[in-house]
Every structure is written in structure tokens, then in C-alpha cells.
Design a protein around this ligand. Structure first.
Ligand SMILES: Cc1cc2nc3c(=O)[nH]c(=O)nc-3n(C[C@H](O)[C@H](O)[C@H](O)COP(=O)(O)OP(=O)(O)OC[C@H]3O[C@@H](n4cnc5c(N)ncnc54)[C@H](O)[C@@H]3O)c2cc1C
Ligand SMILES: NC(=O)c1ccc[n+]([C@@H]2O[C@H](COP(=O)([O-])OP(=O)(O)OC[C@H]3O[C@@H](n4cnc5c(N)ncnc54)[C@H](OP(=O)(O)O)[C@@H]3O)[C@@H](O)[C@H]2O)c1
Length: 448
């Protein structure tokens, strides 16, 4: 325990453990602490830093989105709240132990890995999951040893979601655009030095079916150092897509409007270009000892599904980022549905005393705000169980005693605040929001 624990929970209070300190965990904590029940919340996080993907997923050139952490800071200052960072459930403390120590346990551990494509060459050096690249440029301490070879002229990004656009845009930013961000120095250096001329974003379906959102598509048209290229032929919609577009949400129509604008533009000859290509699936990633090319097959839409034709094309590239979604991972002893890769639940209740919120509850989709409604739903059921007398704990010990006995040095909230101050102070002279500490050693040293 780096700092002594000032707050000791009242044994008469209901005790709730929340595992995972991303948006779902913080929204759950806020809802619990706003209830009329006397309760204490302990939030357990494997990293020394809170906020989950807000710190380590959201793109560094989107500081306004990262600022949602200010709302989480307010929750963390509630007297009934304690943060236990650097504590991993399944390693430092077991699921069964939490069930005994707490009246209720809420899992909000997110989706910790990537969905695979299942094609030959997927594991060649130079073929990366977007999860790894995103974690690397955002300073996740588990991903700093990675080395991305960006020397080739073409990078390929598979997928038509917002993460694919984050990856494409980050590769396309100029030194001036990267400089005021909290992207790690290693990533800034690598992106600035990259030989990339074209970033090819490949979608298996069409522009109407893409999962991205208008603000993110619109940004592609405003990059200082990158043109945006769309083939007008991809925007000639088949009758099915035409009907889908008419019935679609206004966001889809705005996406298509942006794409029509791009298709009509003449390239300005900027140093890099993002090219959006639709109706294409990867069938193989090719290369002797590293990625040299990707083989794509042309798709047709049949009842909204992508169905392969026999039209194939091989495109030279130096690196591939697979951005086809994240995926939950099981925790020892915690129920897990292998099909959906989530914790099986109804409205967030697994059983009285055990709950889930966020991506591990519903799967890896939705923006930060989506997790608020999601966590509130879970907390409502938890409070219903508490009021009905369905919650209890069997061990009157405490997490802090258990961790101390094991020699686990938890990073408490005040310790995280020390990390935060150090990072902000390092960034300030350079006009950056922070320079992240991104090794375990540096983070734990700053926490002390
Ligand atoms: C690359 C990327 C960019 C995004 N950008 C945006 C954006 O710009 N705007 C937007 O609105 N949404 C964005 N999103 C979506 C948003 O980040 C998610 O909706 C949200 O983070 C999901 O919240 P969560 O709490 O379920 O999971 P997470 O944010 O992933 O939090 C889970 C936490 O649990 C911890 N954890 C995992 N296992 C354990 C364990 N065993 N013990 C203890 N702790 C554990 C993790 O370390 C992590 O801190 C983005 C998502 C991604 C992937
Ligand atoms: N700025 C932001 O607001 C922001 C930024 C990043 C992320 N997010 C959110 O975070 C969530 C996760 O984003 P995400 O991009 O990881 O996931 P996503 O939105 O689910 O997009 C996944 C993409 O991968 C495609 N795909 C899946 N399997 C494929 C396969 N086998 N071959 C080819 N393509 C395949 C999907 O196509 P199909 O539709 O055909 O399945 C889809 O285009 C989303 O809700 C997103 O909006 C938001």
C-alpha cells in the first residue's frame, strides 16, 4: 500500500467492489454513491492508472473526449470511494475472495483483446491488431516494447469502425498535429519518420453499412498532411443500400454525405493519403518473413451480408492493422459466455451479489456515454437486491489486509494523483496536456 489508507470503510455499510476503472466502472460507482443506501465502493484496477480506454484507447488528438475523466475525478473524491490500482483480479486477488469480502461485486473489465480475422498470414510480422497499436501510441505499459515497422509506402487498415479511423488518422497526422498531444514520444517519432504514403482502409460492406460516425468521418477531410480518397463508383448504391439509406438514422446519411464530398474532391497532393475502399475482404496476408502484400476479394451485398465474388486483387503493403473489433477475455472463476465473449447476465445481474457493466456486459460496442445508461441499469438491480436483503458477505476481513499480507502494493487514489501531477508537469513546458509515464517502473516510482 503506497499511501496509508485514510478512509476505512464502516463495517455496517454495504460493501461493493467494482473491478475495472473505465467508464462503466466509474458510472457504476457514481450511481451507487448517489443512492440512499449507506455503502462503500472499492474500485480495483490492474493498472496503476484509472480511466480504462479513456486514457489508453481514445485517440490522443481528441483531448476533449479524454476530458470526460474530470467527471470521474469527482466520483473518486467521494468519501465512500477508494481506488486500488496495481491490483489484478485473477492474480493478486481471486474472484471467490472478493465474493466473500464484499456484499456485491461488479465486473467492468472491458474487452481486453482483439477479434481475429482467421485468415492465412494473420500472424506474420507486420500484421498487427489495432488493439496493440492503439495501446502503444497511448502509452499502455504492457505494450511499450513493441516496434512497428512503418517504413513501407502503404499501410492497410481492415475494418470500417471508429477504431479503424483512429488508426488511419493517427498514421496520417503531421508532426505539427501530433506535437501538442499526449501521444508517446516513441509513437510520435515513429509516425513522423514513417515512409507511409497511403493508408488504405478496407471495409467488407458498403458506405451505408459502415459502423463509423459522422464526426470521425468528417475529420478525415480536414487533415493537414493527408488527402482523403474515395472512389465514386463505391458510392453508386445498389437498390438494397439505397433503401437502407432512406430508412437509416441521420448519422448514416451524414456519413454518406461526407463520402460524396470526398469522392468529388481532387487530391491536393498532400504527403499522405487515406483511401477508403469498400466491398472488399482480406483473404490472406502475404509475405516471406514479414508482411509484403494483402490479398483482397471483392464482395457483393446479399441481404445486407458481404458475399465474396471470385474477383481477387493483391495489393503491396508494408504493414496491416486489423481493426475488426475487440473481444472480452474470461477471468478465473467468473462465469463467461464463449460465444458472446461476455459475462452472461440479465440487465447486468449475473446472480444476486455478482454483476457486470460496460463492454464485458454487452460486448465491445458503444461510446463512452453508452456505458452510463448501461451501468445505471446494473446498479438498479444491485440496489434492488440490497433492499430485498439478497446481498451478504461472509468474511469480515478487508481487501487492504489481504493485499498487505500478500505484499501487493496497491496504488491508491492519492498515488495516482501523484502520477497525474508528474505527467502534467512534464507536458506543461511543451504545451502538451501531459507526457505519459508508460513503463510499470516509472508509473510505480511516481506513485511512491
Ligand atoms: C481505440 C478506442 C477508441 C475509442 N474512442 C472513443 C471516443 O473517442 N469516444 C467515445 O465516446 N468512445 C470511444 N471508445 C469507446 C469507449 O472507450 C468504450 O465504450 C468504453 O471505454 C468501455 O468502457 P468499459 O468500462 O466497459 O471498459 P474499459 O474502458 O476497457 O475499462 C476496463 C478496465 O478494466 C481493467 N481491467 C481489466 N481486467 C482487469 C482485472 N482482471 N483486474 C482489474 N482490472 C482489470 C482494465 O485495465 C481497464 O482499465 C473507444 C474505444 C476504443 C477501443
Ligand atoms: N470517436 C469515437 O467516438 C470512437 C472512437 C473509437 C471507437 N469508438 C467506439 O468503440 C466501439 C468499438 O469500435 P470498433 O471500431 O472496434 O468496432 P465496430 O464499430 O464494431 O467496427 C468493427 C468493424 O469491423 C468490421 N468487421 C468485423 N469483422 C470483420 C471481418 N471478419 N472482416 C472484415 N471486417 C470485419 C465490421 O464490419 P461489419 O459491420 O460488416 O461487421 C465493422 O466495420 C464502437 O462502438 C465505436 O463507435 C468510438
Amino acid at each position: 500500500m503506497f499511501r496509508s489508507i485514510a478512509q476505512v470503510s464502516d463495517p455496517a455499510n454495504l460493501r461493493v467492489a467494482i473491478v475495472g476503472s473505465g467508464p462503466a466502472g466509474f458510472y457504476a460507482a457514481a450511481a451507487l454513491l448517489a443512492s440512499d443506501l449507506e455503502l462503500d465502493v472499492d474500485m480495483i484496477e490492474r493498472l496503476p492508472t484509472p480511466w480504462g480506454l479513456v486514457r489508453l484507447g481514445v485517440a490522443p488528438d481528441h483531448p476533449n473526449i479524454k476530458a470526460v475523466s474530470r467527471a470521474f475525478e469527482k466520483t473518486a473524491l467521494n468519501p465512500g470511494f477508494r481506488f486500488f490500482g496495481n491490483v489484478e483480479v485473477g492474480k493478486d486477488v481471486e474472484h471467490d475472495e472478493l465474493l466473500r469480502l464484499y456484499d456485491a461485486v461488479v465486473y467492468s473489465v472491458g474487452a481486453q483483446t482483439d477479434r481475429a480475422l482467421g485468415i492465412p498470414g494473420e500472424d506474420l510480422p507486420g500484421s498487427w491488431p489495432a488493439t496493440a497499436f492503439v495501446a502503444w501510441y497511448n502509452g499502455h505499459p504492457d505494450f511499450q516494447d513493441l516496434s512497428f515497422d512503418l517504413s513501407g509506402e502503404r499501410a492497410v487498415v481492415i475494418g470500417n469502425g471508429n477504431v479503424a479511423l483512429d488508426v488511419a488518422r493517427m498514421l496520417a497526422l503531421t508532426p505539427e498535429e501530433l506535437a501538442p498531444t499526449d501521444t508517446t514520444d516513441a509513437a510520435i517519432e515513429a509516425i513522423n519518420a514513417a515512409g507511409i504514403r497511403e493508408i488504405l482502409v478496407v471495409g467488407r460492406r458498403g458506405p451505408v453499412q459502415a459502423a463509423w460516425t459522422p464526426v470521425e468521418v468528417g475529420e478525415l477531410g480536414e487533415l493537414a498532411g493527408s488527402d482523403i480518397l474515395v472512389d465514386p463508383a463505391d458510392l453508386e448504391l445498389d437498390p438494397g443500400s439505397e433503401a437502407e439509406l432512406v430508412a437509416a438514422a441521420p448519422t448514416v446519411r451524414r456519413n454518406v454525405d461526407h463520402l460524396r464530398d470526398y469522392a468529388a474532391r481532387a487530391p491536393a497532393g498532400k504527403p499522405r493519403a487515406i483511401r477508403l475502399r469498400f466491398f472488399s475482404s482480406p483473404v490472406a496476408i502475404l509475405g516471406e518473413s514479414k508482411v509484403e502484400a494483402i490479398e483482397l476479394v471483392r464482395n457483393e451485398l446479399v441481404d445486407g451480408r458481404a458475399v465474396a465474388t471470385d474477383e481477387r486483387e493483391t495489393i503491396a503493403c508494408g504493414v496491416v492493422f486489423r481493426s475488426v473489433g475487440y473481444e472480452g477475455v474470461p477471468l478465473p472463476g467468473v462465469p463467461f459466455d464463449e460465444q458472446t465473449r461476455t459475462i452472461p447476465n440479465e440487465g447486468g445481474r449475473v446472480e444476486p451479489g455478482l454483476y457486470a457493466a460496460g463492454w464485458i456486459k454487452r460486448g465491445p460496442s458503444g461510446v463512452i456515454g453508452t456505458n452510463k445508461k448501461d451501468a445505471n441499469e446494473t446498479v438498479e438491480l444491485l440496489l434492488e437486491d440490497a433492499r430485498a436483503g439478497r446481498l451478504s458477505r461472509t468474511d469480515e476481513g478487508t481487501l487492504e489486509h489481504l493485499l498487505e499480507a500478500r505484499g501487493v502494493e496497491a496504488v491508491m487514489y492519492a498515488d495516482w494523483e501523484a502520477i497525474d501531477r508528474a505527467e502534467r508537469a512534464a507536458g506543461e513546458p511543451h504545451g502538451r496536456p501531459r507526457i505519459k509515464l508508460c513503463s510499470w517502473d516509472a508509473l510505480l516510482a511516481a506513485a511512491k
